[in-house]
Ligand binder design. Sequence first.
Ligand code: F6R
Length: 612
Amino acid sequence: MCGIVGAVDRRDVTSTLTEGLRRLEYRGYDSCGIAVLQQGALRRVRSVARVASLAAEVAEANLSGMIGIAHTRWATHGAPVTRNAHPIFSSGEIAIVHNGIIENHEALREELGVLGYVFESDTDTEVVAHLIHHAWKKQGGEHESDLLSAVRHALERLHGAYAIAVFASSDPGRVIGARAGSPLVVGLGEQGNYLASDVMALAGTVENFIYLEEGDIAELTLDGVRVVDRAGHAVQREIKLQRSSTSAVELGPYRHYMHKEIFEQPSVIADAIENVHTITADLFGAGARHAFREIDSLLIVACGTSYYAGMTAKYWFESLAKVPAQVEVASEYRYRSSVASPNTLVVVVSQSGETADTLAALKHAQSQGHRHTLAICNVASSTMMRQAQFQHLTSAGPEIGVASTKAFTTQLVALFLLALTLSKQRGRLPAAQEAAFLDQLHRLPAKLNSVLALETQIVAWAEAFARTEHALFLGRGLHYPIALEGALKLKEISYVHAEAYPAGELKHGPLALVTSQMPVVTVAPNDALLDKLKSNMQEVRARSGQLYVFADADSRIASGDGLRVIRMPEHYGSLSPILHVVPLQLLAYHTACARGTDVDKPRNLAKSVTVE
Ligand code: F6R
């Protein structure tokens, strides 16, 4: 969370910084700011408005300079007010932007107070600014090469996570970046050198990147980039070429990224399976073939929507491959004392590959003795992909809307391929069945298009949902996690309170909430549980609840009093959850639009949750 950018350039840096922030805004949007060195002085503009208005404020303030840093904030310490917006200054001499959390900030704040530092913000970041200033002054201060070592000494005092960019007023040619626990890349260009939280921030500016490693500190000047490790020893880091198209992050004809991303699902899924013509462990990286043979169980760890993908896949692993699977929320697993089994495959699922809890859970699993780990992730260069033993890229392309949509369905495709792989390795996937599943996968994009064609009917339902404050979602079996995902989508972007239950649980408590005012969304595929589900629907109807049912064409559920039906295509077997989640995404999207919320940037949330 929070996005940072830094630049040392032969040209004015303000447009590179504001454009970088615009592309990083998905990481947090409580406030934003930019600081440059202008005529020997630190100058900054900070705002609680969106990045779009920052550029105008920067122009109005005549801000310009050849070095600078910028930040878009997801508030942790301190309210989202201008005073707490970054860049943060120390003594008018040091400027810093920070992504992460400093856990020992209170003790450091006291110590710095005794040294005479006066705090102007409530942020944990300000202690880092003052620590750097203090270290810099202590070692003589004015000499230009001192800034890197001042930063290094200050960082030694920190507990927690950070990615920072720093410059000093008396050092006009240098920006220092450092990371531990939060992502930071260095971009190398002809006109200058840059720092950013992710490569997309610099797309179109540079194509050569260094992915800083844990504890790295980088010094950027116009002459080049020097990287040292925590101990201050020079280290060589590989330079990677990464050409990113800026069109992938443009909105095109859509009003919101979420809408664009929902409609991209057929094409990104087609891309993801384009070259999959046989089921093989090689889809998960070199060595997977051998390692997967040893596997006798799965532990899937993730957060939020990615966790629901794992929950859905549990049904596939157990029914298709007969491999027991356990699914855990990463923030719980990482602190739980659990029993590791050397033959368990730990699967971390994440869109960003930077979610702090999931990364920590992966580390925890490894430290507990789990030998085999697999990352299913949408960002090839992410920390998670680098830290897991095996990797599978979901290929959804950049997902900008905070609410995850295409990342979820591509995760499901990847997890389904994993279930088929384990099934085949265990002799449970006859060739004819493999061919049938592959055929079904390749026809999935066309099926998704027919679900997307239901949009107009869903818009009509959304009008009703926009007027409600509560909703229940029901599903059974493979589709219970889809009901959970539908409820999560609705609450996070439209702020309608929504809860999901396995339909059979309703009578054990939540049925008390059902009145004629309660919309009850029901995921009703024509699977083995349909008759049971129909009984649960009757329980709702008998209490005047308002049923909104997404039924397969062959589910034989007719509209009636208190029962509205949108008819999906015919039942799609094991892959049905991938179809059934799409109308729930659209329902949440159109409800949010009708309520006038900020769909792509819902309140209090951010895309990449890089803090605990
Ligand atoms: C919900 C949503 C979040 C993320 C969660 C994990 O729409 O996007 O619940 O799924 O924060 O993020 P990743 O997948 O990046 O680890």
